[in-house]
Ligand binder design. Sequence first.
Ligand SMILES: Cc1ncc(COP(=O)(O)O)c(C=O)c1O
Length: 399
Amino acid sequence: MTYDFTSIIPRQGKDSLAVEGIGWGFAPKAPREGFDFIPMWIADMNFPTAPSISRRIMERAAHPLFGYFQPPEAYYQAIFNWQQRHGTKGLEKWQIGYHNGVLGGVASLMKAYTAPGDKVLLHSPAYIGFTHVLEDLGRPAELSPMVKDEAGIWRMDFEDMERRLKENHIHFAIFCSPHNPTGRVWEKWEIEKAMDLFAKYDCVVASDEIWADLILPGHKHIPTQSVSEEARRRTVAYYSPSKGFNLSGLWNSYSIAYDHTLQDRMVKQGDSSHYNSLNVLSMHALIGAYSDEGADWLSQLLQVIQGNIDLVCDFVRRELPGVTVSPPQSTYLVFLCCDEYVALSGRSMDEIINAAWDVGVGLQDGRPFFEPCGLRLNLALPRSRVEEALRRLKEHVFV
Ligand SMILES: Cc1ncc(COP(=O)(O)O)c(C=O)c1O
């Protein structure tokens, strides 16, 4: 490895919710004495990012004038080049929209195309951020549960989706591709089938593709808009270097829309807040990420993540009876199902989660994802930390 994926970097005092946010939201408590903290909850990585990013920011910061600006050609070119990795060619500047966060972009589109009280379709388990946006905007979530097939792979239930779209007169869907928290990379036929339904019930689709940089070996990201003319027309896709390169604190998301009306109406919503503007250093970070060096760093990162995923999946199968895991095809998140363990042991999810946090394993409760016995583990940590977390889970949690 050319880059550093092994150092344990202290993050305390360095603007990190992952380690400083204990006692906040989904991070209930500090470890008891004798245990250090292993952050495995919020979707944020514990590796130093690609050097091309820090370098680009520092080069720009060395020029000490930070006035109003317009994104230069280099910004758009970086996006256009990067999108070719997914086979997307011929993009034009007007099709790119800036958003202060992917969720902000999804919220803008939703405000433009729904009214308070309108239901929005999404799949469960569901990423918590979506449910927060829906709650904040007063649009009830209509959850279509995903189901595991015989091979243990999470799939959409198309019959269920259709029934819900029809019965609830739904005209807006959030589609998460790749899917958080299950880590599914949808196959082409799956996206086509979902989009056929969304077209049949005339839905505008917010396709959240924020995880598209983190596709694990053997899988391929298929942009939702690429599957048909209809999909291209009714979908806005959201991307960001924030997941692949761990730049969430820099806020530099963008959207792709091919339909003028969709683009105009969404941009209007974002602009009318008067604080949806690109930050100059974030822009340079994106250019540094979407570079040859960024691509090289990312390919090494993916090998490290795959190694951690294999380690955890083998361990769970071997050492944690009653806990099941479907290996993710994307993301650095592993979603464990403890239904059988809970039934066998008689222990509650509260007890399990408490025991884990007690010994510093800061994992995430699956209940806010609508999975009553689910646990989400973030594996974007040096392997030695993952090994230590597994040891503690075996010795102190799943006893
Ligand atoms: C699927 C998905 N969408 C959106 C986000 C948040 O994006 P942002 O911070 O750009 O709003 C996350 C963060 O984990 C995510 O997993």
